[in-house]
Design a protein around this ligand. Structure first.
Ligand SMILES: Cc1cc2nc3c(=O)[nH]c(=O)nc-3n(C[C@H](O)[C@H](O)[C@H](O)COP(=O)(O)OP(=O)(O)OC[C@H]3O[C@@H](n4cnc5c(N)ncnc54)[C@H](O)[C@@H]3O)c2cc1C
Length: 323
């Protein structure tokens, strides 16, 4: 059986969901799954790693892991790769995951394929495999060949849904990482949260508006519906180009990638640059006057009509049902 090492992403001990996507992908490789944790992870986090399929969790301890430092994490990962000699090393393709993988790859002088969505040909313990990866913000799927004893790859973020394996408690092996002080050149020393509460990228519901909204002063129903559903308002680039909403609301290739449970896309045609930012939504409801619009064709549900009539009707129906 193959061996796969997964990088655990966490924020000062709190497990990040991205790790669960990498673990879900790893389970499809028919391998023993090892996880590397740089620094302390809380007990719930360790249990969750087991639940999602980790067989063994290697916890590297060092003062340098008090907060995130890509060089220290990269060196610890490189050392663990040399120690375990796995067939593959996975991380989720977040900025943190890709940065640490690039650090490890450079330190070991081995190839690294970022943002993979699936293994297209071969088994992970073959000398050579082919995989599909996303490029250009998701608008291009590339078939990439990789020839290496140890294959380093990151899994495109939001390209699959994390699923529990109902696994039990993993073996935990704690050790002291041997790190040089020079690895402290890049360390996170503070954070300013630019936005608090539900953000566009984490909102469970996004109510999106496009050119069809018609102007800067017509967003009342979208704001109201988003608030009722505990979500956020998003928009297309046509909207930000017109100055109707700030760029921070833009969904798409040059905006924010969203992955809500529900995306209500109203008056949005669904151009490819918008779609790549919205395609990870679990369900999409399109509201459009044009039933041939790309967003309508791709949506799970569609309502044909003027959004200025449909959105108030949805709000009224929710209010009526909630009493
Ligand atoms: C390099 C590059 C990067 C880009 N990045 C992004 C990006 O990040 N995000 C993004 O969104 N776009 C991006 N774009 C722009 C993208 O190509 C589209 O131009 C844009 O998404 C269109 O916005 P829209 O759907 O709001 O407008 P339109 O394409 O004009 O569509 C408006 C839709 O509203 C419908 N409609 C009109 N009136 C009503 C009504 N009253 N009720 C219901 N429906 C109605 C119409 O039928 C139509 O389907 C990018 C383009 C380029 C070249």
């Amino acid at each position: 059986m193959a061996d796969v090492l997964v990088l655990c992403e966490h924020d000062r001990g709190s497990l990040e969901d991205a790790t669960l996507e990498a673990l879900t992908f790893a389970r499809g490789l028919d391998a023993d799954i090892h996880v590397l944790v740089c620094g302390e992870l809380d007990d719930d986090g360790i249990a969750t790693l087991g639940e999602y399929g980790a067989d063994t969790v290697h916890v590297a301890e060092h003062d340098m892991f008090a907060d995130f430092g890509p060089e220290a994490w990269g060196q610890a990962l490189a050392d663990k790769i040399e120690d375990l000699d796995p067939d593959a090393v996975l991380a989720c393709g977040t900025s943190k995951g890709n940065e640490v993988m690039a650090q490890a790859a450079a330190r070991l002088d081995v190839p690294f394929v970022a943002n993979v969505t699936e293994l297209a040909d071969g088994d992970i313990d073959d000398d050579e495999v082919e995989m599909i990866r996303v490029q250009w913000g998701g608008s291009l799927l590339e078939r990439a060949g990789l020839e290496a004893d140890t294959k380093l790859l990151s899994v495109a973020h939001h390209s699959l849904e994390a699923e529990s394996a109902d696994g039990g408690a993993p073996n935990v092996e704690t050790y002291d990482a041997d790190l040089d002080d020079s690895l402290q050149r890049t360390v996170c020393v503070g954070r300013d949260v630019a936005e608090s509460g539900v953000t566009l990228s984490t909102a469970p519901v996004v109510v999106g508006g496009g050119r069809g909204v018609g102007g800067a002063d017509a967003w009342g129903p979208l704001e109201q519906l988003a608030e009722m559903l505990g979500g956020r308002v998003g928009c297309s680039r046509a909207v930000t180009n017109n100055g109707w909403r700030p760029h921070s609301d833009q969904v798409g290739q040059t905006g924010t990638r969203i992955a809500p449970e529900l995306y209500i896309a109203s008056g949005i045609s669904g151009a490819i640059q918008h779609w790549v930012g919205a395609m990870a939504s679990k369900k999409i409801l399109a509201i459009n006057t044009d039933m041939d619009a790309n967003m309508v064709v791709k949506a799970d549900y569609a309502v044909k009509g003027d959004l200025h009539e449909v959105l108030p009707a949805i709000i009224a129906e929710i209010e009526a049902r909630r009493g």
